[in-house]
Write a protein that binds this ligand. Structure first.
Ligand code: GSH
Length: 192
């Protein structure tokens, strides 16, 4: 079995990369030089025709056709969680994991990275998350795919938006600090 994760510097590839490090999933990291435009030409377009990172290829004779090829960080995360992470084993677990991964990638990411949304949506989401995070991991139990998806975006805040005042959200601040302390997160971010 060979798993290859394709990603660039300071890209969303850090999210599945972090998950694989947390779970001890063996993988090969394939750097895509986005500054040189490698993501927008072959051979990378054969991996993701939309020319975006991350993408993942899982090659295993036991898989139909011998391989699974995926783009979209959320799809990659959910695949890894089910196949290697021991998560998403029931419809209920799968539904909750999908809820949080989609929340992170659609709702939270849009509130952060679309400037016109930031003023209106960001405080609204942060207030609710700040209360929710008091309860610990988002799906209960131990750290998992839902925490990876949401906390990765929270930890982007001091990197991409250091000007945003997070003091009204102490639990969000504590979650970011806890993420930054995780050895697997440090290994991934230290390479960027
Ligand atoms: N929703 C996608 C977003 C992918 C995405 O926009 N990736 C950026 C890097 S973070 C990219 O490849 N940008 C290059 C481009 O659009 O040309 C995901 O979560 O994987």
């Amino acid at each position: 079995m060979t798993i290859t994760l394709y990603g660039g510097l300071r890209s969303r590839a850090t999210i599945p990369h972090w998950y694989m490090e947390e779970r001890g999933i063996p993988y090969t990291w394939q750097f895509v030089d986005m500054e040189a435009g490698e993501h927008r030409r072959d051979p990378y377009l054969a991996i993701n025709p939309f020319g975006k990172v991350p993408a993942l290829v899982d090659e295993d004779p036991a898989l139909p056709g011998g391989r699974v090829q995926l783009f979209e960080s959320g799809a990659i995360l959910l695949y890894l969680a089910e196949r290697f992470g021991g998560e998403c084993q029931t419809a209920a677990e799968r539904g909750l994991a999908q809820q949080w991964v989609l929340f992170a990638n659609a709702t939270l990411a849009t509130a952060l990275f679309v400037p016109s949304n930031r003023e209106r949506e960001f405080p609204r989401l942060m207030e609710v998350l700040d209360r929710k995070l008091v309860d610990g991991p988002l799906m209960g139990g131990d750290w998992g795919v839902a925490d990876c998806a949401v906390n990765a975006y929270l930890a982007y805040l001091p990197i991409f938006f250091p000007q945003i005042d997070l003091s009204p959200y102490p639990q969000v601040q504590a979650t970011i600090a806890a993420t930054q302390q995780r050895a697997a997160y440090q290994r991934v971010m230290g390479q960027r």
